[in-house]
Write a protein that binds this ligand. Structure first.
Ligand code: 13P
Length: 252
């Protein structure tokens, strides 16, 4: 069974300043006016500096905001440059991306990601937990085992699964304009859902997003993988037109 609600989540990465509000405003207005918007959830994971000003300024807000990472310790403490999940929540973030490959490649370990997940769960935030294999791992046929390891080493049975959305982002497809072939993608998403259910003995399938070079031209094809519950969109979410075109074409 697939979950009907579709997520379109923008990951702005290191992009944007106060003038980028116009992008956010356009996206919000489009969703506000769009009929049937109820079946989709729009989240923009913007830099920490922009969460509060954007959220505060938006009128008739129908989109949500998220952060892109957090520090593993909760609350406040002597950690120069760090921002905790609770601080992000106070700024207005309801979602948080954790385990993104760009952070893993800078030394973020599975244990560290787990600590971050726990701290965000304690804040009752929604987590977008990123997983995915490198090109070499794919070539060696290790996609499923890599994904399984990433899930097993950062999640636990006792975690509130309702607050965790998985995002399958093959590293080789991020920013490359290459997406997996549909058959492989379908098999991988099904694997993630089934393996997750078996491992954590959950009745419900987890929500699984796809991320990596999603754009207006490939989203229709990606939509044929009905098991996908939405998309984590990088580059194309930094433009209101590109982001809106993805949503339009998805529902076309
Ligand atoms: P692109 O959409 O730019 O490939 O980035 C994907 C991504 O990393 C989202 O988290």
């Amino acid at each position: 069974m697939t979950n009907k609600l579709k997520y379109f989540i923008g990951n702005w990465k290191m992009f944007g300043d106060f003038t980028s509000y116009k992008i956010v405003n356009k996206i919000n207005q489009y969703i506000y006016k769009r009929k049937g918007a109820k079946s989709s959830k729009i989240v923009l994971c913007v830099p920490n500096t922009l969460i509060y000003p954007f959220r505060n300024k938006l009128k008739r807000r129908v989109i949500y905001f998220g952060a892109q990472n957090c520090y593993q310790q909760e609350g406040y403490g002597p950690f120069t440059g760090a921002v905790s999940a609770g601080m992000l929540k106070k700024a207005g973030a309801e979602y948080i991306i954790l385990g993104h490959s760009e952070n893993r490649s800078e030394g973020e370990t599975v244990q560290l990601i787990k600590k971050k997940i726990i701290s965000a769960l304690n804040q009752k935030m929604n987590i977008i937990f990123c997983i995915g294999e490198t090109y070499l791992e794919k070539k060696r046929g290790r996609t499923f085992s890599v994904i399984r390891n990433q899930i097993m080493s950062s999640l636990e049975k006792k975690f509130n699964k309702n607050k965790i959305i998985l995002a399958y982002e093959p590293i080789w497809s991020i920013g490359s304009n290459i997406i997996p072939n549909i058959k492989d993608l379908c098999a991988t998403i099904k694997f993630i859902k089934n393996d997750f259910k078996k491992t954590f003995k959950t009745r419900k399938s987890p929500r699984v997003l796809y991320g990596g070079s999603v754009n207006k031209n490939n989203v229709k094809m990606l939509s044929t993988v009905t098991e996908i519950d939405g998309f984590l969109i990088g580059g194309a979410s930094q433009s209101a037109k590109k982001f809106i075109d993805i949503i339009k074409n998805y529902y076309k």
